[in-house]
Design a protein around this ligand. Structure first.
Ligand code: PGA
Length: 250
């Protein structure tokens, strides 16, 4: 059985005090939930949110990570620095990193290997643009991103990877992929994992959906066989929307 995993990506929102307040509320309101829950505040709030989450079951995530361990990398944050703040999961390959900041498949792959080396878990984001979908290339693009991201990762490493399928055209736009369309891509991802790592690894693989997930569409998405959780942007910024998403099955 795959345990549902709901993650909030706060992107570039919240000062330290705002972040602390939201994290504190979430700890209170989500006490005892069965789902696995992660929140990823901006770097500047990681340490503070980390101490708020310390005795809770909510896991601290980071939104990005440097591709190097230390040195002359102006503006970057290393795996050890993340761990020092209490981070245990890092989101890699988010479409905003790929498309706004020019991160390539290869760079994301190197970051993923480095994160695993430092015993961080990874949420690896994959997803096609609108042009790619309209050209009938969605599966091909997602398969390429998946294979490249996981290159050189063994079965042990794979256990610390969650996949997030996030069609770029659905992020922050209010357009969600239909549960059927999302499930079709999720199924393809699972089949690809089975081909690369075997049936057991595929069965255990957690695949989140992301892109305009809201309280009113989460249950239909989660009802699909291959959708195991969600990576939530906008709706993760308020308890009124994030808590009902986490409690989708209540
Ligand atoms: P959204 O963002 O929920 O605001 O569409 C999702 C994401 O980018 O992870």
């Amino acid at each position: 059985m795959r345990k549902p995993f709901i993650a909030g990506n706060w992107k570039m929102h919240k000062t330290r005090s705002e972040a602390k307040e939201l994290a504190g509320e979430l700890v209170k309101q989500l006490k005892g939930v069965d789902q696995r829950v992660m929140i990823a505040p901006p770097f500047t709030a990681l340490a503070e949110v980390g101490s708020v989450l310390a005795d809770s079951s909510i896991v601290l995530g980071a939104q990005n990570m440097a591709v190097a361990e230390e040195g002359a990398h102006t503006g970057e944050v290393s795996p050890a620095m993340l761990k020092d703040c209490g981070v245990s999961i890092v989101i890699l390959g988010h479409s905003e990193r790929r498309h706004v900041y020019g991160e390539t498949d290869e760079l994301i792959h190197q970051k993923l290997l480095l994160a695993l080396k430092h015993e961080l878990e990874v949420i690896l984001c994959l997803g096609e643009t609108l042009d790619e979908r309209e050209a009938g290339r969605a599966e091909e693009v997602v398969r390429r991103q998946l294979k490249s991201g996981l290159d050189d990762v063994d079965t042990d490493g794979l256990r610390r990877v969650t996949i997030a399928y996030e069609p770029v055209w659905a992020i922050g736009t209010g357009k969600t992929a239909s549960p059927e369309d999302a499930d079709q891509i999720h199924r393809m991802i699972r089949q690809e994992i089975a081909r690369l790592y075997g049936d057991k690894a595929a069965e255990n693989m957690l695949i989140q959906y992301g892109g305009s997930v809201k309280p009113n569409n989460i249950a239909d998405l989660m009802a699909k066989e291959n959708i195991d959780g969600a990576l939530v942007g906008g709706a993760s910024l308020k308890t009124e929307t994030f808590v009902p998403i986490v409690n989708f099955n209540k």
